[in-house]
Ligand binder design. Sequence first.
Ligand code: 13P
Length: 287
Amino acid sequence: MLVSAKEMLDKAKAGHYAVGQFNINNLEWTKSILQTAQELSSPVILGVSEGAGKYMGGYKTIVGMVNGMLEELNITVPVALHLDHGGYDACYKCIEAGFSSIMFDGSHYPIEENVEKTKELVAAAHEKGLSIEAEVGSIGGEEDGVIGMGECADPKECKMVADLGVDFLAAGIGNIHGKYPANWQGLSFETLDAIQQLTGDLPLVLHGGTGIPADMIKKAISLGVSKINVNTECQLAFAAATREYIEAGKDQQGKGYDPRKLLAPGAQAIKDTVKEKMEMFGSIGKA
Ligand code: 13P
């Protein structure tokens, strides 16, 4: 059964480790992540962006697929199904569809409007037993071919949003989605420290987990980060393994074109990536 992400992240914060949110794109992604979490006895969060939700045939399709796998694959570790960077309408759709956690990303609104909408959605999520993440300070990334540098959130605004009763908070600390550019300045631990001082026990979320060096990840965890989002790195690993299979001509040997064979190296590459991250985040054996 899907669970809210609150308990697993409160435990992670108290235990000084982080739980990975791995974004899913299809059945292979979902199965690889769930099986790895089960093998390593780690809690896990499956992230679904609005775009991936549409791609996979809608939120209800995803809920059906994930619930089916939990049962049929005997997944007993804590699993949360979480809307990633949801808009206002998507949050309500996911609450309705059977997700166990949502993120409302109101970071592009003026802070007053972000506060207003977050407050409303906290009540709506909690009424149905879902956990909710909010965001302060927009997290950069590549948009239309331009890589925007990550903003640093204002710690006072973080405190304002934390006080609305959100279960965990994403704050920009110079992190961005996708690959980091060569001239990236690194994470702002000063900002993270200031945010944690004001928000106390609230688990903090680090987006843009792809490509952040292990020492920075460890330092972020020591300063209160309890959830780390990874998406691009699984995509890169999947693409590289699939390319290698095809470039070796394996799809043309025997029944190598069968999707169950063709997608197997990519699925294994996702498993390897998830394992590597869970080791780095310290969540193995914490289920
Ligand atoms: P990456 O794609 O950089 O790993 O970021 C994932 C993320 O933060 C999803 O919200």
